[in-house]
Design a protein around this ligand. Structure first.
Ligand code: ATP
Ligand code: MG
Length: 506
């Protein structure tokens, strides 16, 4: 199978040197993602292996050639193309040597005849190179023949139900089978790194996505305000975001234990000033971490006036503690638009159940923070506590959450084959479950998406043994450990090997 992958329009307006660099970066990212997620090796990495794929960055588009042997991976390949930053759209195409008009008709008909049944259509042809005919000649000729030779209802130039898309490039003919949108933006790695302050809520999850989409290598920073459940949930969001949009680049997930800071604020700071001061403490800590990693910009999910700490006056006072550039991609967005985008990118389900831990709840929070007042309150705050929190930060390479070592050292049982009587709990996202249902003939399967598991597990019959299943074995690990800590000893992890997993998922 062949794909023509279009760069985002902004890439194509760049100078030759920059454009070439961006295109190469996208090539590299895609080759890496296809290798990492699907085990597909590209020609550039190993030309001698059989069935290698080709990923080539041309000037106008990036070409991906998938040998027939990998046809069963088409849905997964397209899924990667639909989520990789820097792609505006991609076409699945059949490529042929350019012949005469009769041949063009025959090849186009082979792809489109069935789809034209009872439908109105239009033929669109793009052409580059020197030819003795114009693209409109092709459109007319092919259109007339298809009308005669298929069951199409008619031609409609402006309101066609089906667009028959053809491209001619020099001596090659491309018949476009299908066109899908990408997410746009720039390839990750074309811009510098940032640190995204991730609480797991709707705003910061969407913000992190926007940062990755814009080509920024996005690290995650989480302040734990108290509660292991919160940390697990935020790690899940980060891992989900990274796997779906950003896995071409290694990044860190950094946790700073902030219970002490919250405690100090609750004890020393006047109630109405707490919210602003907590945010200032977060930015101070983030600045120090950014310095350590030589990163110039922080990203937050703040949006003007969404909550009391986000009035312009307050945001300005919060900003003063850092010399870093603070990017707030959502600052002008309405909440509903943010939630809609969260649904589209799949983070809404996570954010909806993030335990809303807010240790610093002011009864009457200020909306007009005064510099001198804040400074006076902060004089009472023992900065050694912030230093201690920073010294206890945990930096985790996000790839390790996925591949190498379990995030949490645990005694949870991991099995790769099943015993009689064990019940599988499929904790995958319902969309994923529907797309690739788990087929296990001899075992009972219960479907509880990971975000409902904590509350639903207690209601299950506790005399039975349960094994959690998810596709990468990461969510299951996090949740099994968590249940284990809560003294459930009847829970383990089902982690079949890769080949077995592919078979079970059909
Ligand atoms: P969100 O939906 O992202 O949780 P919010 O509407 O709840 O945001 P705030 O709680 O004021 O608003 O947080 C504003 C921003 O501050 C968040 O978007 C995030 O970038 C950052 N932030 C807040 N809490 C944390 C935390 N515990 N760890 C890391 N960043 C945080
Ligand atoms: Mg929040």
């Amino acid at each position: 199978m062949n794909y023509q992958i279009r760069y985002s329009p902004e890439t194509t307006t760049k100078s030759r040197i920059v454009r070439t660099r961006f295109c190469k970066q996208l090539r590299k990212n895609l080759a890496k993602l296809l290798r990492m997620h699907l085990g597909l090796v590209d020609k550039a990495a190993n030309a001698n292996q059989p069935d290698v794929i080709t990923v080539e960055a041309n000037w106008d588009f990036l070409q991906l050639v998938l040998p027939d042997a990998h046809d069963q991976l088409i849905p997964q390949v397209e899924n990667i193309l639909s989520n990789t930053p820097g792609i505006s759209s991609f076409n699945r195409v059949q490529v042929y040597a350019l012949g005469d008009f009769e041949q063009i008709v025959a090849l186009t008909k082979a792809v489109y005849a069935e789809r034209l049944h009872g439908k109105t259509f239009v033929v669109r042809c793009r052409r580059t190179g020197k030819h003795t005919f114009k693209s409109t000649d092709v459109e007319r000729y092919v259109g007339a023949c298809l009308l005669q030779q298929t069951q199409a209802r008619g031609v409609s130039l402006h309101h066609a139900e089906v667009t028959v898309a053809i491209e001619i490039r020099q001596e090659e003919l491309f018949v476009i089978e299908d066109r899908k949108p990408g997410i746009g933006g720039f390839p990750i790695g074309t811009q510098n790194g940032v640190i995204s302050l991730l609480s797991g809520g709707f705003d910061s999850a969407v913000t992190s996505y926007l940062a990755m989409k814009r080509g920024l290598r996005t690290n995650y920073l989480f302040f734990n305000l108290g509660g292991r459940e919160h940390e697990i949930a935020v790690k899940e969001v980060a891992l989900y975001l990274w796997l779906r949009f950003g896995a071409s680049h290694a990044v860190n997930f950094i946790t700073v234990p902030f219970e002490g800071v919250v405690g100090e604020i609750l004890e020393k700071v006047e109630n109405s000033q707490m919210g602003v001061i907590l945010k200032r403490m977060m930015l101070r800590a983030a600045t120090r971490i950014a310095d350590e990693f030589e990163i110039d910009a922080l990203v937050t999910g703040e949006s003007v006036a969404q909550v009391s700490s986000q009035t312009l006056v307050n945001l300005a006072v919060i900003d003063e503690v850092t010399p870093k550039l603070v990017l707030r991609p959502l600052c002008m967005s309405d909440k509903q638009d943010i939630v809609d985008l969260a649904r589209k990118i799949g983070t809404a389900e996570f954010s909806a159940v993030i335990p809303e831990y807010c240790g610093v709840i002011s009864v009457k929070p200020t909306t007009r923070a005064k510099r001198h007042r804040i400074a006076r309150e902060e004089l009472r705050f023992d900065m050694a506590i912030l230093e201690k929190a920073l010294s206890e930060k945990v930096v985790l390479d996000i790839r390790k959450m996925q591949f190498e070592e379990p995030v949490i050292k645990t005694a949870v049982r991991v099995v790769s084959s099943l015993q009689k009587g064990e019940v599988i709990i499929d904790i995958r996202h319902p969309d994923e479950e529907e797309r690739r249902p788990l087929r296990l003939a001899d075992s009972e399967i219960v479907r509880i998406p990971f975000y409902k598991l904590n509350s639903a597990f207690a209601a299950l019959g506790q005399e039975r043994k349960y094994l959690l299943y998810c596709d990468k074995g990461v969510m299951s690990q996090l949740h099994a450990s968590f249940l284990n800590e809560q003294a459930y000893t009847n829970v383990g992890i089902y982690r079949p090997d890769v080949a077995k997993s592919a078979e079970l998922l059909g």
